[in-house]
Design a protein around this ligand. Structure first.
Ligand code: GLN
Length: 280
């Protein structure tokens, strides 16, 4: 028979080769299989597991060893303290994007019925978090991927946000002339030749959600340009971008005549979100 402790120590040794957090990875996978909190594993190290659980665990550990992200193996990732269902049709929500939420919440007073737009919603992390934090908002979210939208709708349902309007299409294409009090986006912004694309978890994520032409700036440019026809006077545009794209993104905002342009740092200290307002 195999104990929790022995399974975990073998797995974390195996995962040392591919992960910066091998013990944590092993614990997350085992608690997922057992449907118990991680504290259960530390409380009961000598507990013996069924052959079935051992096999399921080994299968997941081997997948992790082959590089699959933990979030795709467990099918979930927390964002702004809510669990989002994820699969390989969508980007795994990242802590970096919580900066965009923070800035959007600052721009959205609690008691006002405003309407906002999230472009390229993926798992729905941005649209759903803002809808949940500010229930009086009218939220629209678009995505070019029908599979992503299906998952975003599922997340909205699971997290009790039933009023978000999900639209299938590229950026602003599915919208007809609406104007918004705020537009937010975490678009693809990685350059096609970026070596990071061949490393780690990112290899398993949808390229459509990661890669943009023109050194990663093509979609940011499209969004910044077209947002001008969809922002109410003085309403903000918030765009997430790469840690080294601040100057280029600010240049794009300037070229399209945005005012009050500012770039904000994420928790890791990297310039991550640029904001500006458009006065029509
Ligand atoms: N921040 C992500 C990364 O560098 C990329 C997300 C994106 O392209 N929108 O892994």
């Amino acid at each position: 028979m195999t104990t929790i402790h022995s399974l975990l120590s073998t797995a974390s040794q195996q995962l040392t080769a591919i992960s910066d957090s091998p013990t944590l990875d092993a614990e997350i996978l085992l608690s997922f299989i057992l449907q118990k909190d991680r504290s259960h594993l530390t409380a009961w190290p000598e507990k013996e597991l069924t052959e079935d659980h051992c096999q399921q665990f080994k299968t997941l550990v081997n997948k992790r060893y082959a590089g699959h992200p933990i979030a795709y193996l467990t099918g979930t990732r927390e964002f702004w303290s809510r669990p989002f269902t994820v699969n390989s049709d969508v980007l795994i929500p990242r802590p970096d994007t919580e900066l965009l939420i923070e800035l959007a919440l600052l721009a959205l007073p609690e008691n006002k019925a405003l309407n906002i737009l999230d472009l390229g919603t993926g798992s729905g992390a941005i649209a759903i978090t803002l809808a949940a934090e500010r229930p009086q908002l009218t939220v629209t979210a678009t995505d070019a991927s029908a599979k992503a939208l299906a998952l975003a709708k599922k997340n909205a349902h699971q997290l009790g946000c039933t009023t978000i309007e999900f639209c299938h299409g590229h950026w602003f294409k599915p919208l007809t002339g609406q104007h918004y009090d705020l537009i937010a986006s975490n678009p693809p912004y990685i350059a096609p030749n970026d070596p990071h694309l061949a490393q780690g978890d990112i290899r398993f994520e949808p390229q459509q959600a990661l890669i943009a032409a023109n050194q990663g700036l093509a979609d940011i440019q499209t969004i910044t340009d077209h947002a001008r026809q969809h922002l109410k006077a003085g309403a903000p545009l918030l765009i997430e971008h790469g840690y080294d794209q601040q100057a280029h993104v600010q240049g794009i905002f300037k070229r399209f005549n945005y005012d009050r342009i500012a770039t904000h740092n994420d928790l890791a200290g990297n310039p991550r979100v640029t904001t500006g307002v458009y006065n029509t």
